[in-house]
Design a protein around this ligand. Sequence first.
Ligand SMILES: Nc1nc2c(ncn2[C@@H]2O[C@H](COP(=O)(O)OP(=O)(O)OP(=O)(O)O)[C@@H](O)[C@H]2O)c(=O)[nH]1
Ligand SMILES: [Mg+2]
Length: 289
Amino acid sequence: MSCSGNCNCSNNSASQPHTFGGSVGLSVRGQSRTIALAGNPNTGKSTVFNALTGLRQHTGNWPGKTVTRAEGHFTFNNFNYKIVDLPGTYSLLSASVDEEIARDYILFSQPDCTVVVVDATALQRNLNLAFQVMEITHKVVLCVNLIDEAARKGFEIDFESLEKKLGIPVIPTSARRKQNLDRLQQAIEDVCTGKIISKPNIPAPPAALKEAIDQTLPLIESIAPGLPSARWVAYRLIEGDVRIRQALENGELQQLAGIKQPATSNPPTSPSPAPKASQSNPAHDKQSA
Ligand SMILES: Nc1nc2c(ncn2[C@@H]2O[C@H](COP(=O)(O)OP(=O)(O)OP(=O)(O)O)[C@@H](O)[C@H]2O)c(=O)[nH]1
Ligand SMILES: [Mg+2]
C-alpha cells in the first residue's frame, strides 16, 4: 500500500511523545493527515473524538446524536491529524440524511485512514459496516470500543484472531476511560505511513457478479475518471440504484469526490436490469442491499 499525497511518510519516530488534546480553531500548519471516524450509532465515536482532540462533541447513551460531521485536530509523533467525527450509520446503503453524510464522506473523501468504531458488546452486528468499509479501502483500522462494558458482561474477545481473520489492525479501547487511545493513534499512523499494509479479508463475489462489475467499471471510469469507490458505485448500478445512477450522470458523485468534470459526459449504458422502483427522494429512500 502506498499512502496518499496527504501523507508524510518520512521518519516518524514512534518513541517520540504523543499528545492528546487538540483545539477548537487551532490552525494546523504544514501537512496533515485526515482520519474519518465511522461506525454504527452509539458506539462511542464522539467519545473517541473528544478524547483525542480535547473538544466536546455531544455524547450520550442513545443513537443518532451526531447529525453532521465535526472536525478536530490532534498531534501524534509531531504530526498533525485532522479527525472527522461522522454521524452513526448502519450501512453504506444509507437510509437517512445523517447516514448519507457519513456514507458520502467515507466513500468519496478519501481520508488517509478510516477508523471504524465498533461496540465490543455487539461485535457481530457492528462488523457489517466494517466489512463494507473494508470493501472500499484498505486504509482502515478497527477500533473495538467499550471493552470495559464487554468485560463487565463477561464477553471474551480474541483480538489477535479477529485481526488475523479481518486482515486489518484491531485495537481494543475504552474511550470513556481513555484506554488504549495511544495504541489507536499508533495504528492510525502505521496505516497512513504504510508501515502496516492491510489486506482486508473480503469474500470474493460470485463469478457472475464479478463479471458484471468488470463490465461496469470501465463505464464508470469513462464518465468519472478516477472516481473513488468505483467498485461500490458499480455494485449500486448493477442493483439498479436509480439515485446513484442519476448522481453519476449529473456529476454529483464527481463533485463529492472533488473531481473536475469534462465539458460533456455521456450517460452510462445500463449495466443492469432496469430499475424496479423510482427513488426520487434520496434522503428518505431505503435501498435494498
Ligand atoms: N462504558 C463505556 N462507555 C462508553 C465508552 N465509549 C463511549 N461510551 C458511552 O457510550 C455512549 C455513546 O457514546 P458516543 O460517543 O455519543 O457515541 P457515538 O458513536 O458518537 O454516537 P452517535 O453520534 O449517536 O452515533 C455515551 O454514553 C458514552 O459515554 C467506553 O469505552 N466505555
Ligand atoms: Mg457521535
